[in-house]
Design a protein around this ligand. Structure first.
Ligand code: AMP
Length: 212
């Protein structure tokens, strides 16, 4: 089996877009803790009600809650996974190893990029909930305004993609990323891509990392 991929990078650095592309090309399963949490909110489950306020402020949901949700939604014996949006801090990185990845092979890929540029990218981000397609009003606009090219559904602007919330999310990311990078570097499984490049170029870099 291919190594599980742990995607690390600031909000908006392209982890979700690349995960979608990798799923179409390689036989990966994609799990995004942000998507799982948003699904709980949409279902109006007890968990969804609990996390709604935390997410709309851009703060992190507690580690144990996210870990349980993740464990319930992936089966590593069945597939190789792309972890997108998890881990978010060193504690979660250790939890991921102990509770989920264990002895299976994993590769952590850091999507390196200037966070200031990302604020603009996120503010212009629009998503199609059904198809999972991700657009950008400046760099990847949909063919028809407000509609998904693939499914035709209405595009949405995530409430936590507002500039003030985005700045809080970036600050949390900046505070947490270095210890995680050190952790994966120490394990010898850390790779890096230049996330400021075009989507095709980033994808090509990921392909060569996976095939190496
Ligand atoms: P994302 O879609 O990955 O940008 O996540 C959106 C929001 O969901 C974050 O701002 C957090 O509030 C929450 N979230 C997603 N993943 C995690 C995680 N691994 N740990 C804690 N909170 C998370």
């Amino acid at each position: 089996m291919k190594p599980n991929l742990i995607l690390l990078g600031a909000p908006g650095s392209g982890k979700g877009t690349q995960a979608n592309r990798l799923v179409s090309t390689f036989n990966y399963s994609h799990v995004s803790t942000g998507d799982l949490l948003r699904a709980e909110i949409a279902k109006e489950s007890d968990l969804g009600k609990k996390v709604q306020e935390i997410m709309s402020s851009g703060n992190l949901v507690d580690d144990q809650t996210v870990l349980e949700l993740l464990a319930a939604n992936c089966d590593l014996s069945a597939a190789s996974y792309i972890f997108d949006g998890f881990p978010r801090n060193l504690e979660q990185a250790k939890m991921l190893d102990n509770a989920i990845v264990k002895e299976s092979q994993a590769m952590a890929v850091y999507f390196k990029m200037d966070t200031e540029v990302l604020v603009e990218r996120i503010v212009n981000r629009r998503v199609a909930k059904g198809s999972g397609e991700i657009y950008n009003l400046v760099t990847r606009p949909p063919k028809v305004e407000g509609k998904c090219d693939v499914s035709g559904e209405d595009l949405t602007h995530r409430s936590d993609d507002r500039e003030d919330v985005v700045r809080n999310r970036m600050k949390i990311f900046t505070d947490e990323i270095e210890p995680m990078l050190a952790y994966y570097r120490e394990k010898g499984i850390l790779k890096e891509v230049d996330a400021s490049k075009s989507s095709d170029e980033v994808f090509a870099s990921l392909e060569s990392l996976i095939n190496s």
